[in-house]
Design a protein around this ligand. Structure first.
Ligand code: BES
Ligand code: ZN
Ligand code: ZN
Length: 503
């Protein structure tokens, strides 16, 4: 999707759909009043008759019949004026984009203006770009024919931002568009089935992607090289599958970046989590193709950071593996030696994410990352606790956790802080090894998992995001993510974090 900025009055903008936000109760913004004058009071009639409403996500579309340069006018509801936030605008813009796409429209213009909404101009622009780019995302690319009741939605060709404030936010809007495009590429990866997206295929994607990025170097090791490198935990998880595990590393070292700061981005990429010999039940097992959502997010975010030329060193590490049962699979009771040298008794092979992350976190620290963030679809209990809207964040450094939280909250990847405390360490105690990978207690599972990871982060700040509930939706969320499947959670957050670290 291209973005154009137009300074002329919205009434003169050529587009398939000209959209503007309306609050509930409806008040037409200045441009809406001007549009209404040109369409001879039809908007006012619809308001009087109660047909044009401002509730969140509600859309009213009418033809301009040649009275405007745009073919159609769309009033997009954002809900109560005082409660309007960037998410309301994302939802409103997504509703416009989805409808536009369904009726075959390719160009949408959106009026940004002093409309009294409590969202600043640049946040409005970013939110509208998010909504327009993420809203019509189509997850059915394996269908040979779209369902009858489901017109195939398509990305729009062009978004035109217009209105008095548009030029001032042009750059922000263009950057948001780059980030949204990588967010959708992340969704493509997460939605891809495990028979297509094996660890090797993900590695190929990452290598091809990195080769196009400025100042980025890609490396990977796979199969036996992983055990030879001392990554006993990643090797153990991967040994049960005929598709060998991989470890990808991308170094982004742009000119002008400070040398003493290296952002380490680590993402869990289990391309299919059957649970291993601690086999999961059949119910919803298909969703475990999405257990690589953390890895996909850090790869796509690295691409966005490099494409935007953000002057910050980044070291991205993605351990990729399947977690399968079978004759070669690792067993409950096995004792493995991680890259750090610490030994782990495997009490549950389904707690595999923390194992592959143990080696990846240590590897990132050994290779110079000064500040770590890991993203992982780590625990089912996080889904139970926080549902589909907030990810939980944990860490060993309050200021760093706050940086991560604030970056996510600013861009729509919502984050809620969770505690860590030494008292939880006792749940890792093993009779035989330095620790065990899973506690027999069900309470506090996301915290135990985070506490396990903490053993492998070395010295320096680290934050862990458990994105099990937010990376992949069982059902639409009723906002700009209106369909089930991958969200691309984390791409916006990490790119924003990197940007903020340069300021
Ligand atoms: N990939 C799962 C976590 C998960 C579950 C993500 C549901 C998204 C939706 C993870 O590897 C796992 O199986 N965790 C176990 C840990 C337990 C064995 C300590 C869990 O949460 O049940
Ligand atoms: Zn698992
Ligand atoms: Zn898993």
């Amino acid at each position: 999707m291209d973005i154009d900025i137009v300074a002329s009055p919205p009434t003169g903008v050529e587009a398939d759909v000209l959209a503007f936000p309306v609050p509930d109760p409806v008040v037409l913004p200045p441009s809406g009043q001007e549009i209404d004058r040109l369409v001879e009071g039809r908007l006012a009639h619809l308001i009087e008759d109660g047909e044009l409403k401002g509730s969140r996500g509600r859309l009213t579309l009418l033809h301009s019949d040649g009275r405007l340069q745009a073919h159609r006018v769309a009033a997009a509801g954002v809900g109560e004026r005082d409660e309007t936030d960037a998410d309301s605008l994302r939802t409103a813009a997504a509703a416009v984009a989805r409808r536009a796409s369904e009726i075959g429209a390719r160009t949408v213009a959106w009026v940004l203006e002093e409309n009294g909404l409590p969202v600043g101009a640049s946040d409005q622009a970013r939110a509208v770009v998010d909504g327009i780019a993420l809203g019509p995302y189509y997850a059915g690319r394996w269908k040979t024919k779209a369902d009858d009741d489901e017109e195939r939605t398509r990305e729009l060709e062009r978004l035109i931002l217009c209105g008095p404030g548009a030029e001032a936010v042009a750059e922000e809007a263009r950057r948001a568009n780059v980030i949204a495009r990588w967010t959708n590429r992340c969704r493509d990866l997460v939605n891809a089935p495990a028979n297509e997206l094996t660890p090797a295929r993900l590695t190929e994607w990452a290598e091809a992607t990195a080769s196009e990025l400025p100042s980025a170097r890609f490396e990977s090791i796979g199969g036996d090289e992983i055990r030879e490198a001392g990554m006993g935990a990643l090797a153990a998880v991967g040994q049960g599958s005929t598709n060998p595990p991989q470890l990808m590393t991308i170094r982004y070292e742009p000119e002008g970046a400070r040398k003493e700061f290296v952002l380490g981005l680590i993402g869990k990429a289990i391309t299919f989590d059957a649970g291993g010999l601690s086999l999961k039940p059949a119910d919803k097992l298909d969703e475990m193709k999405s257990d690589m959502g953390g890895g996909a997010a850090v790869l796509a975010a690295t691409a966005a950071i490099a494409e935007l030329g953000i002057p910050l060193r980044v070291l991205t590490v993605v351990p990729a593996s399947e977690n399968m049962p079978g004759g070669r699979a690792f067993r409950p009771g096995d004792i493995i030696t991680s890259l750090s040298g610490k030994t782990i008794e495997v009490t549950n092979t389904d707690a595999e994410g923390r194992l592959i992350l143990a080696d990846a976190l240590w590897h990132a620290r050994q290779n110079g990352a000064t500040h770590l963030v890991d993203l992982a679809t780590l625990t089912g209990a996080m889904v139970v606790a926080m549902g589909d809207f907030y990810a939980g964040v944990f860490g060993n450094d309050a200021a760093w956790v706050e940086d991560v939280r604030a970056a996510g909250e600013a861009v729509g990847d919502h984050v809620w802080p969770w505690p860590l405390h030494e008292t939880y360490r006792r749940h890792l105690h093993s009779t035989f090894a330095d620790m065990k990978n899973s506690s027999e207690h069900r309470q506090g599972a996301p915290i135990y998992a985070a506490r396990f990871l903490q053993e492998f982060v070395g010295e320096g700040p680290w934050a862990h995001l458990d994105i099990a509930g937010t990376a992949y939706l069982e059902r639409g969320r009723g906002d700009y993510y209106s369909t089930p499947g991958a969200t691309g959670y984390g791409v916006r957050l990490l790119t924003e974090l990197a940007q903020r670290l340069t300021q």
